[in-house]
Ligand binder design. Structure first.
Ligand SMILES: *Cc1c(COP(=O)(O)O)cnc(C)c1O
Ligand SMILES: [Zn+2]
Length: 472
């Protein structure tokens, strides 16, 4: 729809102007730092940061219902910069002008309801939100769109002239970083050897580099996941449960912060439950919260064991201070416990992933982890069967298909402790009738008689193996 076709009272809100006053806020010493330089940790105390809009309160004047209409109408606009995570511009990156936005088709991933069989197995109504349908096939694109749009903004403001876009990851983060950094081409110097040197130099001081989720801009972009869930369910968050896997804990940080912001302004009137899931092979966040007495909780980094939820195999999550801070705020704002943590076995992750995908989904192993976690949350009573869950499949099934192969071929190394359930193993069955002499091959067709014999023999054997009844 063109701008002049929208209701008059909403028109002035539809195309956002840069606004607000974003600053980095340290979660430990509470110092505030300007966003005009690229910061990853607090210069005063070394702790992690979150981005905060000093003028956030101004959003309350507009009111929750008007915000809902703004986002719903924005959906009809044809402006690329507002088609992705910046549909929620005022909540995602209010200072970023639309012409700095790098949009590659991220966000607004499908929410797909599970079929009856799968819901029955899970014991609850649920939807998968397929974040594997992002451009680089994982949710990391949300954070990367935010981080690179910000860098683009700094370049356009003349605040930086050369940026090395680097990232010391071999997985989903680097795939997303490579994609988005390509759009800063004219200004970005990204020679591989130079990058390696910088990554090395950085990694002497930090165990992580620039574009991983230590970067608060990544968190900001990933908040879009919560905003989309709110919008896709018409902002009705009562009786909703959002289930996410936890690795470095950036994603659950963003999910909590996103819902908190919408709640503060009245875009939603209930905070959904959040269930964070970890594999028993990499479960430091779960361990921390398994101590029920708050005063006795102590964070202990752990040595991880091999996990099929490979992108979440992290023993010392960089966002742990953010999680501790936000779980408190979330539960306080809700007035009751709303964030829960569960652990699942490697076996359960694989079994649930394959069960889901047999029922029409495209969940990655982390999506299997989420679903396994939902099941545990139900059995523990954190969630009840009259609620509705939105389960995060953080990447596409194809990205982690090697684990499915291991499952089907029963070739998991011992460390994983996964053995296949025969009912979930999909192996091709070879059909070759004993008395069949000739089969067609590429470039070698059979004559008519032999071909008829071939069709009859093969279809007959398939029917026999499947126990099909003849039509009368
Ligand atoms: C990064 C990642 C995770 C873990 O997210 P964190 O923000 O590190 O907790 C889970 N699944 C996939 C596919 C990922 O790429
Ligand atoms: Zn500090």
């Amino acid at each position: 729809m063109r701008l002049d076709q929208f209701p008059e009272e909403i028109r002035s809100h539809l195309i956002p102007e840069p606004g607000g006053e974003l600053i980095y806020r340290c979660l430990s010493c509470h110092a505030e730092h300007s966003i005009e330089s690229l910061l990853y940790t607090c210069p005063d105390c070394g702790s992690v940061l979150l981005l905060h809009d000093r003028r956030f309160e101004r959003h309350k004047a507009i009111g929750g219902e008007t915000w809902q209409r703004i986002f719903d109408y924005r959906r009809m606009l044809k402006i690329p910069a507002l088609k992705g995570i910046y549909r929620y511009h005022e909540f995602i990156g209010p200072v970023i002008p639309l012409d700095s936005v790098v949009y590659l088709g991220e966000g607004h991933t499908p929410v797909v309801e599970a079929n009856g069989i799968l819901q029955e197995k899970a014991g609850i109504r649920f939807f998968y939100k397929n974040d594997g349908q992002n451009p680089s096939a994982s949710f990391k694109d949300r954070g990367m769109a935010s981080a690179l749009s910000y860098i683009n903004f700094l370049i356009q403001q003349g605040l930086v002239d050369q940026v090395l876009s680097i990232c010391a990851s071999t997985g989903d983060t680097s795939a997303a970083a490579a994609l988005y950094a390509a759009y800063l081409k004219p200004h970005v110097k990204s020679v591989f050897d130079d990058c390696m040197k910088v990554v090395e130099a950085l990694s002497e001081q930090y165990n992580v580099a620039l574009l991983n989720s230590k970067n608060a801009w990544r968190i900001l972009g990933q908040e879009s996941y919560s905003y989309e869930i709110a919008q896709d369910f018409d902002y009705a968050m009562a009786n909703k449960v959002v289930v996410v896997p936890i690795g470095n804990a950036g994603n659950i940080t963003a999910v909590m912060n996103g819902f908190l912001k919408f709640f503060a302004v009245g875009v939603i009137d209930t905070l959904p439950k959040i269930v964070g899931v970890q594999s028993a092979h990499a479960n430091p966040v779960y361990q921390y919260y398994s101590q029920p007495e708050e005063g006795k909780r102590q964070f202990v980094p752990m040595t991880v064991k091999p996990s099929v939820a490979q992108a979440a195999m992290i023993g010392n999550p960089v966002s742990m201070p953010r999680v501790i801070h936000l779980v408190d705020r979330y539960n306080q704002a809700a007035g009751r416990p709303r964030v829960f943590f569960v652990e699942v076995s490697e076996q359960a992750i694989m079994d649930w992933q394959l069960t889901a995908n047999r029922n029409g989904h495209i969940a990655c192993t982390h999506g299997g982890e989420s679903l396994a976690g939902l099941h545990v949350a139900l059995s523990k009573g954190f969630v009840t069967s009259n609620e509705t869950a939105i389960v995060d499949s953080t990447a596409h099934a194809l990205k982690f298909s090697g684990f499915q192969d291991m499952y089907f071929q029963n070739s998991f190394p011992d460390g994983f402790a996964v053995s296949p359930n025969p009912a979930l193993v999909n192996q091709p069955r070879y059909v070759h009738p004993k008395d069949l002499e000739q089969v067609p091959a590429p470039g070698k067709p059979l004559d008519k008689e032999a071909f008829t014999a071939f069709v009859k023999a093969v279809s007959g054997q398939i029917a026999a193996e499947l126990g099909l009844r003849k039509r009368n």
